[in-house]
Ligand binder design. Structure first.
Ligand SMILES: [Zn+2]
Length: 378
């Protein structure tokens, strides 16, 4: 079987139907805007289509009772206990065909897992995916089904060891709890501290349970953390963790809401900071998983202002290319009329002035030390 040498860019317009509403911050248009940006840069993408995940696939992760309720709600039938299952809230509203649309999102990330497991590709990007908050019997945090965990289960079913890294501003709670007692899945999440931010979990003391003890790592970062401190925290955790765990595949939830422009979180990464983070991750995948890396999107609510640039850098890191600093005029001409703000014309951002920066960096360094000590004593 021939192996595809470049990065596979999974894309199917049906994921646009993952539409939580006109006024909801989650916009399913994002992968399309990223694809267009890369095309305007003259990048030749290896685009591949995919089909929706089946009910059987979804049930590898979610309970039948939950899925039955999503299907019912999806067809417009009333579900009296929807709130107990985390759907029908303002965060995760019921919307027409929500089962079908989410199954399509899951299908992309699952296809990525299958391409890697079968040896057909080493690097695959599923930008519509990254719904990391969905749990066994509940949705939440804009997520209906957990595409990441469905993909992880497909990989572990083939006997593969999976390291999962989550750089979304919010704790990757769904993925963590779903694999909390497993020792063939290592979950690592760097996120803004849950002191004030959804979902509130993700402390350094959530280390896993039973056989899974030591296979769950969390780095809660201070609000306004910037590039340098973020990358330092990542470097201190990721390499020792991968060295210890010996994964076959690295799954990355590449959430773009750690960007300084994001309206829903308070971390302070710039686009160039994100590019360095993604490049470091890909470099470690080369070293520890023979280059096998499955990356998804995730959060990111500065829809046109930051997300397309951030995820274009994710693709560039996977592909090992540098994108020019100037945003192509053709892209701006197309997307500027769709934005209420003036869109940036360069990849490089100016970091915000943060008066307490040193204190923030000290706190973050302390948190990493605390995690490494707790992990060492497990
Ligand atoms: Zn998020």
């Amino acid at each position: 079987m021939a192996t595809l040498s470049g990065t596979v860019f999974l894309f199917n317009p049906s994921t646009l139907e993952y539409d939580l509403g006109q006024h909801h911050p989650f916009k399913s248009i994002r992968p399309k805007a990223v694809k267009h940006l890369l095309e305007c840069y003259g990048v030749t993408l290896q685009v591949q289509d995919f089909t929706a995940a089946t009910l059987e696939d979804i049930l590898t992760v979610h309970s039948r009772g939950y899925v039955q309720r999503v299907i019912k709600a999806s067809g417009g039938e009333p579900v009296s206990d929807a709130l107990e299952y985390g759907i029908g809230t303002s965060d995760t509203p019921i919307f027409p065909k929500m089962h079908e649309a989410t199954s399509s999102v899951v299908g992309g990330t699952l296809q990525a897992a299958r391409l890697i497991a079968s040896g057909q590709a080493s690097r695959v990007l599923s930008l519509a995916g990254g719904l990391h908050h969905a749990q066994l019997s509940s949705g939440g945090g804009f997520c209906v089904y957990n595409d990441l965990s469905v993909a992880i289960r497909a990989l572990t079913a083939q006997g593969l060891r999976v390291a999962y890294l989550d750089v979304d501003a919010h704790h990757g709670d769904g993925v963590q709890w779903l694999h909390y007692q497993e020792n063939n899945v290592l979950t690592i999440s760097l996120h803004e501290t849950g002191r004030y931010l959804f979902p509130g979990t993700g402390s350094p003391f959530e280390l896993g349970r039973g056989e899974g003890l030591g296979y769950s790592l969390n780095v809660p970062l201070e609000p306004y953390t910037q590039d340098h401190s973020y990358l330092e925290a990542l470097e201190r955790i990721l390499e020792p963790a991968l060295k210890w765990f010996c994964p076959d595949v690295l799954v990355v939830q590449g959430g773009a809401d750690s960007h300084e422009f994001d309206p829903l979180a308070d971390l302070g990464l710039t686009v160039q900071g994100y590019a360095n983070v993604y490049r470091y991750i890909v470099q470690l995948a080369e070293q520890y998983t023979n280059g096998k890396i499955l990356a998804t999107g995730g959060g990111g609510y500065a829809t046109l202002h930051a997300v397309p640039r951030v995820w274009a850098q994710l693709y560039a890191a996977l592909e090992g290319i540098q994108l020019p600093d100037t945003i192509p005029a053709a892209w701006l001409e197309f997307w500027q009329p769709k934005s209420q703000e003036i869109l940036p014309t360069t990849m490089t951002d100016t970091p915000q002035e943060i008066p307490r920066l040193e204190q923030i960096e000290r706190e973050n360094a302390k948190t990493v030390t605390q995690l490494l000590e707790a992990w060492g004593k497990r």
